[in-house]
Design a protein around this ligand. Structure first.
Ligand code: HEC
Length: 124
């Protein structure tokens, strides 16, 4: 009888630790998924035509944008919603080029913009 009770206790412990572990495993992929979702959106909305991850083409490299937004504690979502001014490249000609793309991002959901922001901020 004692052995059975001990056995039940052991199994319960195993189950509890397993549940705790699997919860942890669920949270990590969610983060990478939203970065991946952001990357997909970034490419499908053709942002990558002007922004590469590491090098400047028409627009600044994503790496440069992320560094500036980290240093200035900026909000990419608010910029893409047209609420905040440019802080990376304030040259009026450059700002005007990017403003044209805001017509796309302004109509996007906040969740999608947050995914794009997460993706951009993940590039170092
Ligand atoms: C036609 C070229 C072009 C396209 C397409 C484009 N961008 Fe830009 N982007 C620029 C230029 C040029 C700048 C530099 C001016 C500026 O900083 O606002 C810029 C700057 C930015 C910045 C930094 C803003 C700041 O605070 O200075 C972000 C964030 C950004 N782009 C995101 C995006 C996203 C997301 C998309 C896709 C929806 C996109 N861009 C599409 C040219 C482009």
């Amino acid at each position: 009888m004692k052995k059975i009770i001990l056995g039940i206790i052991c199994i319960s412990f195993l189950l509890v630790s397993f549940t705790v572990k699997s919860n942890k495993e669920i949270t990590t992929p969610v983060k990478t998924t939203s970065i991946e979702k952001g990357k997909k959106l970034f490419n499908s909305k053709t942002c990558n035509a002007c922004h590469q991850e590491k090098i400047k083409i028409v627009g600044p490299a994503i790496k440069t944008i992320a560094a500036k937004y980290t240093a200035k504690k900026g909000n990419i979502v608010a910029f893409l919603q047209g609420k905040n001014k440019a802080i990376v490249d304030t040259n009026p000609g450059q700002v005007a080029i990017m403003q044209a793309s805001l017509s796309i991002t302004k109509s996007m959901s906040k969740a999608d913009l947050e995914a794009i922001s997460k993706y951009m901020m993940s590039i170092q």
